[in-house]
Design a protein around this ligand. Structure first.
Ligand code: PLP
Length: 449
């Protein structure tokens, strides 16, 4: 091992590469990971980190790929590594389609298997536009849908501002539970607030012209935007509005699908809600390979029997990716990973509640299944782009403490996401929250509490 840190730093200097959502120079400060084991990652300096966000909320089985998945990938590569979807059918696609039809509720069926969440949304947007003959898509401000042009334009958070803001055809709506105001007035009940939010959305639909709106795209539980769980009745209300105006309901399950919320799909937390289009990625392969899926109902599937979808990608339905997804999903089922996520939820939430109570720097939290988010106490925290100098310096110190306490994960000020691998043990989970507890002590101090 001469690949030590001096050599590594020299290499990062001489062979620069770009980071994605942070400046390129950040490459100098990210650890050089060498291997993974269970919920842990190890770097070249011998540090061991507990993966507190399953990377980008995708490595849901931690960092050991089940043997059956590895074997299936190797076997697929050895027998039939690649067939382009437009040229040939494969046995693995038949098998995966069959499995999907068993696990997808209602008449939802897997239509295409792209390689990323953004592409799964692009395919879903194309389906909706061509099926309805309408162009506009309604999405939420507090949302993230990916970084291709349309997925970026569908995105509500600041990442849209970099270059997708001028893409036509997207209309932004407010999420039903703004963090800092109440739709229904200061004394409204939750039910009244939900109805007010739905009324506001209907007003928006009417003013955009219902006949112009192809779909409403929403995350069933908003992920990067802060683990926002829909209030009771809201998703049912969206379904009803969609039915009333012939708008398709497209649910983005990219982050929370495949067990994160304690249900296989996040929308299954809302009784009786059946989307028309579902996009999914991340957990479909537990990050072992780039893979995603767009599913749709039977009517949409039938519609495209005699028309092209009008969307494609070289690696759509890649046999190796499908072999990995098939074995991964089988593993999730056989090891009851979704049930495990549901069973861990009370402990998970109790730990979140304790930290929220103990740390004045935390304003509030939300949790569902094995997914949670704290909001940092900060008057400007509602706006991720408002650079609140003091808070940012404090956040920097917190991030430092986070890594010094042996945690690694995504950071999205003013949120603190908690999304460890679904395979985590109770002891490891408690240990993770204790590490976070120590990092939050530093945040409390840094914010002057
Ligand atoms: N949709 C949601 C809800 C996501 O959380 C993400 C990624 O974080 C995406 C879409 C985009 O997925 P990808 O990065 O694989 O394109």
């Amino acid at each position: 091992g001469t690949w030590g840190s001096d050599k590594l730093n020299a290499s990062r200097q001489e062979n620069p590469f770009m980071m994605t959502w942070v400046p390129g120079a950040a490459r100098h400060s990210v650890p050089n990971m060498t291997h993974g084991e269970g919920v842990y990652l190890f770097d070249d300096k011998g540090n061991k980190y507990l993966d507190w966000t399953s990377q980008a909320v995708c490595a849901n089985l931690g960092h050991d790929v089940p043997k059956a998945v590895v074997d299936a990938a190797a076997q697929q590569m050895a027998t039939l590594p690649f067939v382009y979807g437009g040229i040939g059918m494969t046995e693995v696609r038949t098998r995966l389609n069959q499995l999907m039809s068993e696990i997808l509720p209602g008449d939802l069926r897997a239509a295409v298997y792209p390689s990323s969440g953004a592409e799964a949304n692009e395919a879903g947007i194309m389906m909706a536009r061509r099926f309805t003959g309408r162009q506009k898509i309604i999405t939420w401000y507090r949302s993230y849908h990916g970084a291709t042009a349309n997925a970026g334009a569908a995105t509500g958070d600041f990442r849209r501002w970099y270059g997708s803001d001028e893409v036509p055809g997207f209309v932004k709506a407010f999420n039903p539970f703004p963090l800092f105001f109440n739709h229904g007035g200061p004394n409204a009940t939750e039910e009244e607030s939900v109805q007010a939010a739905l009324n506001m959305l209907e007003e928006q639909i009417l003013n955009e012209g219902p006949d112009n709106i192809a779909s409403i795209i929403m995350e069933s539980v908003v992920g990067a935007g802060g683990c926002l769980v829909m209030p009771p009745g809201y998703m049912q209300g969206i379904r009803a509005l969609c039915d009333q105006y012939g708008i398709l309901m497209h649910v983005d399950e990219v982050m929370v699908g495949f067990g994160r919320t304690g249900k296989l799909f996040g929308f299954q937390n809302y009784e009786g809600v059946m989307p028309d289009i579902v996009s999914s990625a991340k957990g479909i392969s537990s990050a072992a390979i780039p893979m995603s899926m767009t599913a749709c109902n039977a009517e949409i599937m039938d519609f495209f029997e005699d028309k092209p979808l009008g969307w494609g990608s070289t690696y759509q339905a890649h046999p190796v990716a499908m072999a990995v997804a098939y074995e991964n999903i089988k593993y999730l089922i056989e090891n009851n990973i979704v049930g495990r996520s549901a069973n861990m939820a009370p402990l998970f939430e109790a730990c979140m509640q304790k930290l929220a109570n103990d740390h004045p720097s935390i304003k509030q939290y939300r949790a569902i299944g094995m997914f949670g988010c704290f909001d940092i106490q900060d008057t400007n925290g509602a706006n991720p782009k408002l650079q609140h100098e003091a808070a940012h310096q404090a956040f920097h110190k917190y991030k430092q403490a986070y890594i010094e306490n042996g945690l690694v994960g995504l950071h999205r000020y003013p949120h603190i996401h908690c999304a460890p691998p679904l395979s985590i043990t109770e002891e490891e989970l408690i240990d993770g929250f204790q590490r976070l507890d120590r990092a939050l002590d530093v945040l409390d101090d840094a914010l002057g509490f």
